[in-house]
Design a protein around this ligand. Structure first.
Ligand SMILES: [Zn+2]
Length: 375
């Protein structure tokens, strides 16, 4: 991350004119930092609120962790006085700092304490601080973490698609300063609510412009605008242009899906038609095949009967079967069968031809007069 100086300024409230006498502890700390030993009456100490966790006008907020880390960097940080005050060539130095919770809104504030030697040159500055004239502090530091409030990714990293100050689903994007790498100095700003210093402005704007360009394609967006307008569409802003294109994409996707569905339906329909045709053909062929089966059965039955009759006449069943199999015409087969039936009838007449002939057994079944029997 950047090593460029970020400047943050804020107005101190309720701290002016509360400079206190130097405690024993504080004197010891200060004397550990000075070239010579100071007595408490030679020193002027005062509190400075440097940063806090409130959303500032750049859409940044310090996390509590970042403020606490900054407090550890506070000792020895120089405080300077710009404009007319700087002509006096005097500076203050921070000797301790702490993170406190504001009684007003529960936000965290970094409260640093600074000292100045009391002498003729510093007296006008001390008077100005006591009078509350010097009350806006600007802090110069380098951060080492900047997190998007919407996606929690690194704001200048490639994954974050958000722009500070813009709203995303009702949530306004800002950035968390999650870490402070170096704390360079702090200064009193003569004119309250002065916009941020030039160095920060150019740095921020440059980074922000780069991000905007990468997210929105710079000229590409302009080209899109021109194209949409050439189609006679009213385009209000970037988001509107994107929503138009998004709408087109959805329509195209929908049409593609519908075409796919249609293709599937057509295939299914063709498949069903083919099955129906096959079923119809099978149905048409069914009587023919039934007839054929019945015909074959009649043919076989007739042939078997001839073979049986032949057997009764003492012929070889095997030979007869082979011969009959060569007959493919049902009329011929029926004629042969008729012939066999006649021959069997002749050989085995129902009424005996030799009835009453001598030497014949009268008690054969054929001789029994059925009418003489009764039950
Ligand atoms: Zn983001």
């Amino acid at each position: 991350m950047s090593k460029e100086i970020i400047r943050k300024s804020m107005v101190m409230k309720g701290l002016v004119g509360v400079a206190k006498s130097v405690s024993e502890n504080d004197l010891a700390i200060i004397n550990s930092m000075t070239r010579r030993e100071f007595k408490s009456e030679e020193l002027y100490v005062f509190p400075v609120v440097c940063c806090d966790s409130r959303l500032d006008r750049d859409q940044d907020r310090f996390t509590k962790d970042a403020l606490e880390h900054m407090a550890t960097l506070a000792k020895g940080v120089t405080g300077i006085f710009d404009h007319s005050w700087s002509a006096l060539g005097q500076t203050a130095r921070t000797y301790k700092a702490e993170v406190r919770v504001s009684q007003d809104d529960g936000e965290y504030e970094l409260l640093a304490w600074a000292y100045m030697p009391v002498n003729e040159k510093t007296q006008p500055i001390i008077d100005a601080i006591d009078a509350g004239i010097l009350k806006e502090v600007s802090v110069g530091f380098a951060y080492d973490g900047l997190q998007c409030s919407v996606c929690k990714q690194s704001y200048f990293g490639s994954d974050c698609m958000h722009i500070r100050g813009r709203e995303y689903e009702g949530q306004k994007c800002f950035t968390w300063i999650t870490g402070v790498k170096e704390w360079y100095e702090w200064s009193f700003v003569a004119v309250p609510a002065q916009p941020r210093a030039g160095v920060e402005k150019s740095f921020r704007d440059k980074k922000e412009d780069e991000k905007l360009k990468s997210l929105e394609g710079g000229n590409e967006v302009e080209k899109l605008f021109k194209y949409l307008k050439s189609l006679g569409l009213e385009v209000k802003d970037d988001d509107h242009a994107l929503s138009i294109v998004k709408g087109w994409k959805e329509q195209a996707d929908g049409a593609e899906k519908a075409a796919g569905d249609l293709e599937t339906t057509k295939t299914a329909l063709t498949d069903t038609e083919n099955k129906l045709r096959t079923a119809e053909e099978a149905l048409k062929a069914a009587p023919d095949s039934a007839m054929a089966a019945a015909g074959q059965k009649f043919f076989d039955d007739t042939r078997n009967e001839i073979v049986r009759l032949g057997g009764l006449l003492g012929e070889s069943a095997k030979s007869l079967e082979i011969v009959m199999k060569s007959v493919k015409d049902i009329d011929t087969l029926l004629e042969v069968k008729k012939d066999y039936e006649q021959r069997v009838d002749e050989k085995f007449p129902l009424t005996p031809q030799t009835k009453g002939a001598p030497g014949e057994d009268k008690d054969t079944a054929a001789d029994v007069d059925l009418k003489s029997y009764s039950v």
